[in-house]
Design a protein around this ligand. Structure first.
Ligand SMILES: [Zn+2]
Length: 349
């Protein structure tokens, strides 16, 4: 069995040959080295992650933006101010519908205060009660991310007691592993920031070049919402979405909290091969995170065993997305799996 641990593909083939000759059929206790398996930096090994976030509950976000994103099957994050006294009170039915479609509802606090002006107890109240209010109204997901009003973090250690990630707006591409999850940078779109299709696309391409994460921040859409900060036209957004959609190998468009969880899962994932038979491989995927909400599928690939032409990947009784990809002359099986859920079976077809 130690032969198997070398990870050498020729020896592996010999091992499989031997396995067939012996007609054993039982599971192997050997494990392939973890280097056999690669976890994608971003879903499907795309070059960049792109997140669109919306603040302040402007009505056009649900009326115009979400349906437009739906047409491209892109999901967004709606950072919501929860006080009924807020100038644009939350449309809970509309937000629940958006959540049911796969969009994320995050917190933008209760009253939209500047965190630097708050006592610790007032800060805790803004963090916790906005989260509770969202959880009470939105079923099927947890509120785990926040956008700081005016992009002011206040006390990040306290923020981190309630949220796994937070969004600021310092106008930078975020690296593959963020320096600070409690102050993720974003680009303001509209007349106070990126205000043309070219300017918005340029930042997405910078993220692709550096393998990073580009987060956009949108408030008003079109110019018919008095008081909306930095409005942007829907035509601009539409053109950008068309561009991102036309480059699916390059851009992974996903909600802010989905990307944040993907990064944390990817960085703490460990993979081991439980068994390897001639026509089936069993893989264990572990991480050290709370599986109650760290349940975003990771993309993983491994070399396709010799003689396999088609595969099916299953986890927890379900067929997981998988495909065979060729890289520099080598075939790989690329598949999705959720850490800690149950072991993954890759079957020869
Ligand atoms: Zn705001």
């Amino acid at each position: 069995m130690h032969l198997f641990m070398s990870g050498d593909s020729i020896r592996r083939r010999l091992y499989f040959g031997l396995w067939i000759l012996l007609m054993s059929g039982g599971p192997s206790s050997a494990q392939a080295p973890s280097s056999t398996y690669q976890v994608a930096p971003w879903r499907d090994f795309r070059q960049a992650a792109i997140s669109f976030t919306f603040d302040d509950n402007l009505p056009n976000q649900l009326a115009i933006a979400v349906p437009m994103f739906n047409r491209f099957n892109f999901k967004v994050t709606l950072f919501t101010v929860t006080s009924p006294k807020w100038v644009w009170p939350a449309n809970w039915n509309g937000l629940q519908k958006a959540a049911s479609e796969g969009n994320e509802i995050g917190s933008h606090t209760i009253n939209h205060p500047n965190f630097d002006t708050l006592s610790d107890s007032a800060l805790r109240s803004e963090l916790l009660l906005s989260q509770d209010t969202i959880s009470a109204h939105i079923k099927g997901q947890r509120c785990i991310t926040i956008a700081y009003p005016y992009c002011v973090p206040g006390n990040e250690a306290i923020d981190a007691e309630y949220y796994i990630a937070a969004r600021g707006c310092s106008g930078q591409i975020v690296s593959k592993t963020p320096f600070d999850f409690m102050n993720i940078s974003s680009f303001v779109c509209g007349d106070q920031g990126l205000n043309s299709v070219d300017a918005v696309e340029t930042e997405a391409n910078k993220a692709a070049t550096s393998g990073g994460w580009c987060v956009y921040l949108i408030h008003g859409i079109n110019f018919n919402e008095p008081g909306a900060y930095s409005p942007v036209s829907q035509d601009t957004i539409f053109a950008v979405l068309k561009y991102l959609s036309a480059n699916p190998d390059k851009f992974w468009v996903a909600p802010f909290g989905t990307v944040a969880r993907y990064i944390k899962e990817r960085n703490s994932a460990s993979i081991s091969e439980v068994s390897a038979a001639a026509d089936s491989i069993v893989v264990h995927l572990e991480d050290d995170l709370d599986s109650a909400f760290y349940d975003v599928p990771l993309t993983i690939r491994r070399p396709l065993p010799s003689g396999w032409v088609s595969v099916a990947v299953r986890q927890n009784g379900e067929t997981m997305p998988s495909q065979i990809v060729k890289l520099q002359g080598v075939n790989y099986v690329m598949f999705e799996a959720v850490p800690k859920m149950s072991d993954i079976t890759i079957e020869k077809r």
